[in-house]
Design a protein around this ligand. Structure first.
Ligand code: FE2
Length: 431
């Protein structure tokens, strides 16, 4: 019988309550029998006899009561053990769920995240196969993760919303638990048959966020039992709800990354067109900056920021008329103008100071603030070297390039005055 349920309450609690009720009944029965025996033998009310207790030997009555008590004790022990088992099973599942949620919250790469969700769902329900489908557009579900015999043929294919168990769950937004797939008219072996024709039991839950369904999580063939239990459904529905939040978050991060990269590309393109003379300058500076970052063994996150700062260090020129770029007064405004352009963009705001200070000099004679030595941010000191090196080694209308070796000597000559001497050393050694 296909079943889907959305009654409230936790299945384990219902089961425990049922067992406890049984224990109570057994105890009550034993007490009532004992009470009747006492009544019969202490007060010997003629009225009660012979309806409740026939006038039989005391030994027999005592024996019976003793026997009943033993059975009662045995039954209640057995039931408590079962109850304990249910609680243990449930709490270990809860423990895994907490662990999974922690892991999911920290994962921002959606591919890895989906993989982890699938692994956990399979292990927590002891399923043979499974899949995660995500909604694309209004009525298509894409197989993002497929585990089982048909993993290769189904990966990245689509199904229509409404088709198969997965499509039904996506359409209705309800979990579905089926013990015999072949008897369910919604079952479509092409979509839900992750174990080929051997698909028997299915558990499927919607991936739902506040703004709607984003996909479904489908599991096939529970290993240790004939079919999925109510408690499996609850755990998976909960996991699916949390997974949906994490998936949306990861997708958001990816969208933002995509936006960040394309915005940067767009600005670099605009720069290259605006000052043709500086074509490719930003990317070369980023490469040189990376040489120093590598030599310094910079942490990944800091390295990434430095890379973007190198790419955008001269962005201020975009707001200076291309004819005026090399006029000293205008030229000197570009760090401040660039800083003001970049600072309000939240994902760039960290790198704005590196842009602002990239024309400071180690001896304090630079601009715009006249910062000195370590007072200049490390990243800005790196950009200063990378930028000077590229300017010396690139051809412009007013100057022929010099060789790498000559440029290195020039850097060394200015170490301690214009540049941070330690960074110059690292750059010259590693370029
Ligand atoms: Fe500059």
């Amino acid at each position: 019988m296909p079943r889907h349920s959305h009654e409230s309450g936790i299945a384990a609690v219902h089961e425990i309550r049922k067992k406890l009720r049984l224990v109570n009944s057994i105890v009550t029965f034993v007490i009532v029998v004992l009470f009747l025996v006492i009544l019969r033998y202490v007060y010997q009310p003629a009225v009660l006899s012979p309806f409740f207790l026939p006038n039989i030997s005391m030994a027999l009555i005592t024996g019976t009561v003793f026997f009943l008590s033993l059975i009662g004790l045995y039954l209640s022990k057995m039931l408590s053990r079962q109850t304990f088992g249910i609680i243990q099973d449930y709490s270990s599942k809860l423990e895994s769920i907490f662990h999974i949620i922690n892991v999911m919250t920290e994962e921002i790469h959606s591919d890895i995240l989906l993989d982890k969700i699938m692994d956990y769902a399979l292990s927590i329900t002891k399923s043979e196969a499974g899949s995660i489908l995500l909604l694309q557009g209004d009525n298509k579900l894409a197989f993002k993760i497929v585990r089982g015999e048909r993993a290769h043929s189904l990966q990245d294919t689509y199904v229509e919303v409404g088709k198969g168990i997965a499509g039904w769950v996506a359409q209705k937004g309800l979990p579905l638990r089926i013990s015999d797939a072949s008897k369910d008219e919604r079952f479509d072996p092409d979509i839900d048959g992750m174990k080929g024709s051997e698909t028997k039991s299915i558990l499927c839950a919607p991936l739902r966020t506040k703004s709607g369904i984003i996909g479904v999580l489908e599991l096939f063939n529970k290993k240790d039992r004939q079919s999925y239990m109510k408690s499996d459904e609850e755990i998976i529905a909960y996991l699916a709800a949390q997974a949906a939040i994490s998936i949306t978050k990861a997708q958001f991060f990816e969208d933002q990354k995509n936006y960040e990269i394309h915005i940067t590309e767009m600005m670099l393109g605009a720069m290259d067109t605006h000052i043709a003379e500086k074509h490719g300058h930003s990317k070369r500076v980023a490469r040189y900056g990376n040489v120093i970052a590598g030599a310094l063994d910079m942490p990944e996150e800091q390295r990434k920021k430095l890379y973007f700062a190198c790419l955008l260090h001269d962005i201020g020129f975009l707001k200076i008329k291309s004819g005026d770029v090399y006029k000293k007064e205008e030229f000197m405004t570009h760090p401040v103008v660039g800083y003001e352009m970049i600072r309000p963009i939240s994902f760039y705001s960290d790198i704005a100071p590196y842009i602002l200070y990239h024309h400071e000099r180690y001896d304090g004679s630079g601009y715009p603030s006249g910062l000195k030595g370590e007072g200049i941010p490390l990243e800005a000191r790196v950009i200063a070297i990378a930028e000077a090196f590229d300017e010396m080694t690139s051809r412009t209308s007013y100057r022929d390039p010099i060789s790498f070796d000559e440029a290195k000597e020039e850097l060394k000559r200015n170490a301690g005055t214009q540049f941070d001497p330690r960074l110059v050393e690292l750059f010259v050694e590693n370029i």
